[in-house]
Design a protein around this ligand. Structure first.
Ligand code: GLU
Length: 553
């Protein structure tokens, strides 16, 4: 008589190990009490999505806060959707965000003793477990053809029954070992299915670390665990991996919540202790007054590359994502004046479920804060590194005079309330390009716009005279007094109160006079501190620019 053992041997003749061997090979981890072993388990189907970065950040934070382990496992069993090169790129991108991978797949290498960390290299592990499952009547070969499955679905739909492969609808569940054996010998194609003992009329209690206790419908689907290509399905593979990699907290997107009963069913059937679960909210976006998921196709901010290309300091995106993860992080930022993610005690329980709304303005707010807190050396260095990849104009500018670049970035920086001109490195060049003489000339050729209510001749005369008043060796207030002195000669009112009370008796105010100088040297009405700009430009260059403008007035 054909036994389960014969069947298992026929399917897996080369598998000599048992689950017990695997248990020994991948021992329980020796970590302190309460330490979380978490993972990021991307599929190499594209580049890092903002939602995945969010998930990775939280998994890493949970591990870091508890002196645990955060590892990366590559889930590459869906070969059809795989995009070449994306696995290594994912690791690189995480690296750019300074998310430390303690263990696992690192691109061209790996770290740790719980590997392999790539699912396609773990076939033997899955096969060992499945062989054992066949012996224990927890799995069986299924020969259903596409047509049979299609017919089944139609029948179930017509009867208004739950669709799928379960109970009485599981066509090959009751096949004798002998029949199955013979069909396989005969070369019939098959997959391996899990043999669920569940019943969808029952409910199971499961705790989610964010949502609390949930009452979910028990699984009774005999899901496919090994496909005909010899690769396992996600549902099955990740259960084995999370078990043998000794994961004790699974943080993943809430799109996996509906299949949680399947996973619990497999864990329990195998006698494995399920990990804790935290299903994270999906990041949404407001679109024409409605919330919708951030979409890879429609939203550039759905891809992490977008932020890197734009030159957001990677850390600022993490800070922003943490504010949507735990709303009390914002209070922490305000009260502690500390932007370190490491000092903040993140809590899954405080995770907002409906607050994960992506807001570019808020990101920019934090991004500006973070850039404004860097010293000139740091922002110069980081923006230069960024520019080398993404902005040749800025590179050319920087390489002409690096220390001048630092001084420009330093304008109104080292003070209590530093200026916040830049949210991202790609904002820099536009703001500072007038410092460059060639760029300045281009701006001038496009024409400068002065206040039309001030006579051109007055502007000319004032500028001509102002050349004699420029002394950039003075301190700022003495320099300002000198500009006042000069402006007063041309009937600009230097007392703002008096000017406001009766502007009619004047050409303009001291602010108008300063605006003229500002436009002359920068082409703009709004710029950082004028005195600082003039100092960096040097008196000689300021006079040259004044003469250039006068010649065109
Ligand atoms: N490979 C799955 C995904 O990319 C991972 C889900 C999980 O973290 O368990 O969505």
């Amino acid at each position: 008589m054909i036994t389960k053992k014969d069947l298992a041997e026929l399917i897996f003749p080369d598998v000599n190990e048992t689950i017990e061997d695997l248990e020994k090979r991948y021992p329980e981890r020796n970590l302190e009490n309460g330490a979380f072993v978490t993972r990021f388990a991307p599929s190499p189907t594209g580049f890092l999505h903002t939602g995945s970065l969010f998930t990775a950040m939280i998994a890493s934070k949970c591990a870091k806060d508890t002196n645990g382990i955060f590892y990366l496992r590559l889930e590459d069993t869906d070969t059809k959707r795989e995009i070449e090169g994306s696995a290594n790129k994912l690791v690189e991108q995480l690296h750019e965000f300074n998310i430390d991978i303690n263990e696992g797949f690192l691109g061209d290498s790996f770290k740790g003793i719980y590997g392999p960390y790539v699912q396609s290299e773990r076939k033997n592990i899955y096969r060992t477990v499945i062989k054992d499952m066949i012996l224990k009547d927890l799995a069986y070969p299924d020969f259903a053809s596409e047509e049979e499955l299609q017919k089944l679905r139609e029948e179930q739909t017509a009867r208004k029954e739950i669709t799928g492969y379960y109970g009485k609808y599981a066509l090959y569940r009751g096949l004798s070992d002998e029949e199955a054996y013979n069909r396989i010998k005969n070369g019939d194609p098959y997959v391996i299915r899990f043999k669920s003992k569940g019943n969808h009329e029952n409910k199971i209690k499961v705790k989610d670390e964010i949502r609390g206790e949930l009452l979910l419908t028990e699984n009774d689907q005999d899901i496919v665990i090994l496909k005909s290509d010899g690769l396992p399905t996600y549902h099955f593979a990740h259960v084995c991996d999370d078990h043998f990699m000794r994961t004790n907290l699974v943080t993943r997107g809430e799109e996996w919540l509906p299949s949680l009963p399947i996973h619990i069913d497999i864990f329990r059937s195998l006698g494995f202790k399920p990990p804790k679960y935290a299903h994270l909210p999906v990041i949404m976006k407001m679109d024409e007054g409605k919330r919708r998921k951030l979409s890879k196709r429609k939203d550039s901010e759905a891809s992490v590359d977008y932020f890197l290309e734009k030159g957001y300091e990677p850390y600022s995106l993490l800070v922003y994502l943490m504010t949507i993860a735990n709303s009390n992080y914002e209070d922490f930022l305000v009260s502690q004046k500390d932007y370190s993610l490491d000092h903040f005690k993140f809590s899954l329980k405080k995770m907002s479920l409906d607050g994960a709304l992506f807001d570019n303005e808020k990101l920019n707010f934090y991004a500006k804060e973070i850039l404004s807190r860097m010293n000139k050396e740091e922002i110069a260095k980081k923006s230069y590194e960024w520019a080398k990849k993404y902005d040749q104009n800025l590179v050319n500018f920087i390489e002409k005079d690096y220390s001048k670049y630092e001084e420009i970035l330093n304008i109104e920086r080292e003070k209590k309330n530093p200026r916040k001109d830049y949210a991202k490195y790609s904002d820099i060049y536009e703001v500072i390009k007038f410092f460059d003489n060639d760029e300045y000339l281009k701006l001038l050729n496009n024409g400068f716009e002065f206040n039309p209510s001030i006579d051109k001749n007055v502007i000319k005369d004032f500028l001509n005279e102002y050349k004699n008043y420029i002394d950039l060796t003075l301190d700022e207030s003495t320099w300002y007094n000198k500009i006042k002195e000069c402006a007063a000669k041309f009937n600009f009112c230097i007392d703002m109160k008096a000017y406001k009370a009766d502007p009619s008796g004047y050409v303009g105010s001291i602010n108008d006079a300063c605006e003229i100088v500002r436009i002359v040297v920068t082409g703009r009405k709004v710029t950082p501190n004028l005195f600082a700009i003039l100092k960096i430009l040097t008196k000689e260059e300021v006079i040259r620019r004044i003469d250039l403008v006068i010649s065109r007035l």
